[in-house]
Design a binder for this molecule. Sequence first.
Ligand SMILES: Cc1cc2nc3c(=O)[nH]c(=O)nc-3n(C[C@H](O)[C@H](O)[C@H](O)COP(=O)(O)OP(=O)(O)OC[C@H]3O[C@@H](n4cnc5c(N)ncnc54)[C@H](O)[C@@H]3O)c2cc1C
Length: 379
Amino acid sequence: MTHHSYDVIVAGVGAMGSAACWHLAKRGLKVLGLERFNLGHAMGSSHGMTRIIRLAYFEGSHYVPIVRRAHELWEQTGTEAGMKLLHVTGSLDLAPEGAGPVESSLQSCLDHGLSHERLDGPDITRRFPGFNLPAGHVGLWQPDGGFVASEKAIYAHVGLAQSRGAEIRTNEPLLDWTPTAQGGVVVRTERGTYSAGRLVITSGGWIADAVPALAKRVSTVRQAIGWFTTRRPELFRPDVFPVFILSVEEGTFYGFPLYEHPGFKLGGPHFGREPMDPRDDDRTPSPRQVALIRECLARYLPDAAGEPLTLKGCVYSVSPDEDFIIDSVPGVPQAVFASACSGHGFKFASAIGEILADLSTSGQSAFDLKPFALDRFAA
Ligand SMILES: Cc1cc2nc3c(=O)[nH]c(=O)nc-3n(C[C@H](O)[C@H](O)[C@H](O)COP(=O)(O)OP(=O)(O)OC[C@H]3O[C@@H](n4cnc5c(N)ncnc54)[C@H](O)[C@@H]3O)c2cc1C
């Protein structure tokens, strides 16, 4: 058994953990990242090539300062890594007039002075003829939205972290950890034990194994994504077609312009969730989810409604109020975690990595993290 010591151990090198490794290593700290699977694997929450980034945030205006920082960091990290991570296409929220998502996104734009435009149905189809929306649907256009290349983002963060000396060990899950009397931690894996001053836990769908206090607060559900043959690819290129969230009677779906795959990507239904245990290796999307996605394409994006080319399932970790949980482990201030991003966390990963580095070095963050505190559920 080996025993090495580090300033910080990061357990889980996915979206959040890879970013944390980079922000910690950049500060000159000796970092160990432990990952259960291979880097960029398809068992967690971050595979599938792309994730939407939206500044107009229907989930709440309190997310906007963090997503603005994330936007800036995606650009910066991409430049530092020599990889294009952020693709700005504009974002569209689409919903029936007066319904929540468009109104709440609009409010977040007003609260934070984000440029935006309200579009009615004919405006939308004139500008983006790929859509065939139900009568009465309206849109909220925000020009800074787009997508982040998701596996590439993990590779970029890890490469940068390694360039500053971080050690990344894949296929080596944390088995358990204990706080020490000196205020550090000891972490055990099948290959050894490691000590560190701080522990950052970013193990996504598996987080309750390492943070039992989350067991009652985080549930895991299956989410489906698919890429479909497009009849008119010219309508869905990233220079003419945005990322979007579409609320319709079948559910809430999200889509992307064509990117490094011949098919049109649609995911969802965002709220139509099916419980799953991430320890079960099957990531096949359910027939119900695939049928709903295909129905959504056929009705609202008919030129993208061809045969499926690729179908994948993915894990959402969900909190009871669908807000993130970012905090320290109760009674153990040297162990911090970020979890339960409830199907909308990837876009924030660059900033959450920085937040976790701040929390584990100074105990503080420049952002208001009260909405994400674990004790909000205590009552
Ligand atoms: C299909 C789908 C679509 C989504 N779309 C969007 C979107 O468009 N925009 C957006 O912002 N968000 C989106 N999300 C949500 C977003 O992708 C997640 O919030 C984000 O990926 C979560 O990152 P994470 O680091 O917590 O999890 P992950 O990236 O899954 O990382 C957790 C890592 O921990 C590892 N691990 C687990 N246990 C251990 C252990 N004991 N020891 C070591 N390592 C361990 C896992 O193997 C994994 O690599 C989507 C999610 C899904 C599933």
